[in-house]
Design a protein around this ligand. Structure first.
Ligand code: SF4
Length: 705
């Protein structure tokens, strides 16, 4: 191993769900040298462009350094007095359910845990949701329907060991770059074939053996057709289906109804029968198949069905839980998985438990919680609509920028103005969300990456430490400590007596193991008594980690799932249909996504000139045929408008988008450009099962400016 300087700190990249290990060597002047950690199993020393530029993003420019109430600097004592007093008043006047929290996959697990405990156990509001709702809640719902638990069955090594990788709804080359390199390496080493299913031909599609440019939203037709093909080709694992699953007949009957023949698959997906045949043949004859899916599947009004259509094909062939095979959800955010673990989604209670009476009772007893909630809260889209209707009076936003990223972002701004109490825990003073105001607005300075301590969980269930290597700037404090302070001010001193991130983690791990006899997937019992010193040095490790030990890289190898009868479930999915149809006024389908070198609303990556140079201005990708139709020129300015808003962007002509489609990146905000917020344009109709909003197919018009 290469020499690692003594002052170097092992930490984890704060961007995507790959969760790469980072070596940070502070320079003593507020900066740090950055390198990949060769010992971290996720990246083995590699970093992508975003990770390697982390050292360029550490400046304190535009940081929120002191608490503020209504724009005036205050002491923590005074600001938290305002928060606690405001929450108490709202609860007294309108009931605890008039209080909501909107959290983030950027938070550390310890922060997430304390927020969830405070809200769901002590304040007594179920309305805790997170920007993970926009990220992978459809994958969560698909996992739960199929496996009885939100369990990612496989691990990254499956990508090294697969002979076929199907990437659907994923531009992994840009959005999960280090994992994509593993896929490309597997191709070089063992000839792994790569199939990319995406309406756009991205860099990922460019590198594929087969790119299937399907019609937006038609994934369930393609995978229903695959299920039918597997059955007709006698390629099912009949024994596996009989012994370990239920619901196959209903699922295959539905699949035949959706796509009675290959011609129907072709009609619905827009693919040629030859392309479809090539994919189906590859899938059928390759035993080691990983189907990795990401935002193109999840950010859809039918996202849960899309996930289950994929999982159905893996269950039908028994290709799950074994090396080199399985469905694999590529998580967007660094700690979306950790948020799921603590129960940060409105439809979860805590530690992968939901709202069965015995689960509520178990969590109530563990927390000694006086005000435990008994049912689901509102999911993100419904939550902000409730704020707009005046049902929610107090909102605490932590570590996310909904005024840019939420669909109908302009409505969100109006809604926030109606709040009696608007609390924002933030790193940046000038984010769109920090600049919004309620009737009473409290800004609380949060610690950023490099300043805070805790854990994150990546896409393969691996828990890694984020470690501090810089001192806290100004008066910024850890989010868990601020939340615990408010818990104490609300009279719950004993429950919120945490004095360290390690203490929070121990309680989180203990809850996961509490009365867990192996019937719950999420179990960190082996870490429940972890010492401060061991927490400090803990190496990355995958859950489950029951008390008896034995971390598992793969689950379900024994064909036993977390349903009551331990069988997996096939799901009869709905026929594909876009939630909103194009019209003569809005004849194009607007797709949204990321660029290679920016993260989310670029509050961090925007500080790096190198990263910003990759795509310097907000843009819209347009097919040359549409450019001719609407009088647009490459590099010219275009107005993109939808039912909800409009934006002005530079035109980028590319045959990568299909005729009839537009693509706009999600990153730009009012703080970084004018009129380029994609969130202001999309309607975000939610998936009926997961509540995840459609961000990939909004009817739009385009015109030259
Ligand atoms: Fe960070 Fe993701 Fe890049 Fe790894 S792949 S360095 S986690 S952004």
């Amino acid at each position: 191993t290469a020499h690692v300087p003594e002052q170097t700190v092992r930490t984890t990249c704060p961007y995507c769900g790959v969760g790469c290990g980072v070596l940070a060597t502070p320079d003593g002047q507020g900066g740090a040298g950055i390198a990949g950690d060769p010992q971290h199993p996720a990246n083995l020393g590699r970093l992508c462009s975003k990770g390697s530029a982390l050292g360029e993003t550490l400046s304190l420019e535009n940081r929120l350094l002191h608490p503020q109430v209504d724009g005036v600097r205050q002491s923590w004592e005074s600001a938290l007095g305002t928060v606690a007093g405001g929450l108490r008043k709202v609860a007294e006047n309108h009931g605890p359910e008039a209080i909501a929290f909107y959290l983030s996959g950027q938070l550390l697990t310890e922060d997430y845990y304390v927020a969830n405990k405070l809200a769901k156990g002590f304040i007594g509001t179920p309305h805790v949701d997170t920007n993970s709702r926009l990220c992978m809640s459809s994958a969560v719902a698909a996992h739960r329907r199929a496996f009885g638990s939100d369990t990612v069955p496989g691990c990254y090594e499956d990508l090294d060991e697969a002979d076929l990788i199907v990437l659907t709804g994923s531009n992994a080359a840009w959005c999960h770059p280090i994992l994509f390199r593993r896929m490309v390496d597997a191709r070089a080493r063992r000839g792994t074939k790569l199939v990319v299913i995406d309406p756009r031909k991205t860099q990922t599609g460019e590198e594929a053996d087969l790119h299937l440019g399907i019609r937006p939203g038609s994934d369930t037709a393609l995978f229903s057709g695959l299920l039918v093909h597997l059955a007709d080709a006698n390629a099912l694992d009949a024994r596996y289906v009989a012994e370990h699953t239920a619901g196959f007949e209903a699922a295959i009957d539905r699949a035949r109804l959706i796509v009675p023949d290959r011609a129907a698959v072709s009609r619905l997906t827009g693919l040629s029968e030859a392309e479809i045949g090539a994919f189906y043949d590859l899938f059928t004859r390759t035993q080691r198949v990983v189907t990795a899916f990401s935002m193109g599947v999840n950010q859809s009004a039918q996202g849960t069905d899309k996930g289950n259509a994929i999982i159905n094909c893996h269950l039908a062939t028994g290709r799950i839980g074994r090396p080199g095979m399985g469905p694999f959800s590529l998580t967007g955010q660094p700690n979306a998985m950790g948020g799921r673990e603590v129960g940060g989604l409105a439809n979860m209670l805590a530690a992968h438990m939901h709202f069965a009476p015995e689960e509520v009772d178990r969590v109530r007893r563990f927390w000694s919680a006086p005000n435990i909630i008994t049912g689901e809260g509102m999911k993100a889209v419904a939550l902000f609509e409730a704020i707009q209707r005046g049902k929610i009076k107090a909102l605490w936003v932590m570590g996310t920028n909904p005024l840019v990223s939420m669909p109908r972002a302009d409505m969100i701004k109006e809604a926030i103005a109606k709040l009696d109490l608007y609390v924002v825990s933030e790193v940046m003073a000038d984010s769109d969300t920090a600049r919004a105001t309620g009737r009473r607005t409290v800004l609380l300075p949060a610690l950023a990456w490099g300043e805070k301590d805790g854990t994150v969980t990546n896409s393969e269930r691996r828990i890694s430490r984020q470690r501090r290597f810089l001192k806290a700037p100004g008066e910024a404090r850890p989010d868990w400590a601020v939340l615990a302070d408010v818990g104490r001010r609300l009279g719950h001193g004993h429950a919120f007596s945490f004095t360290s991130a390690a203490a929070v983690f121990r309680q989180h791990a203990s809850l996961s193991a509490f009365e867990n006899n192996g019937t719950r997937d999420f179990d960190l019992g082996a870490l429940a008594d972890i010492s401060d010193a061991a927490y400090e040095t803990n190496a990355p490790v995958q859950w489950p980690l029951p008390k008896r030990g034995g971390s598992k890289a793969r689950l379900f190898a024994d064909g036993r799932f977390y349903t009551f009868d331990r069988r997996a479930r096939f799901v009869a999915v709905q026929a594909p249909a876009l939630a909103q149809a194009v019209s003569p006024e809005r004849p194009l389908v607007l797709n949204t996504g990321r660029v290679r070198d920016h993260w989310h609303t670029m509050t961090r990556t925007g500080k790096s000139h190198r990263l910003s140079a990759h795509r310097a201005v907000p843009f819209v990708e347009v097919h040359p045929d549409d450019a001719a139709r609407f009088g647009l020129t490459d590099g010219g300015l275009a107005a993109v408008s939808t039912e909800h808003g409009s934006a002005e962007l530079e035109v980028m002509l590319t045959a990568g988008v299909a005729p009839g489609s537009l693509f706009m990146p999600m990153h730009w905000s009012d703080a970084t450009a004018s009129k380029a917020r994609v969130g202001a344009l999309v309607r975000g109709i939610p998936d009926p099962v997961s509540g995840q909003p459609e961000l990939k197919a909004t009817p739009a018009a385009v015109a030259a400016v």
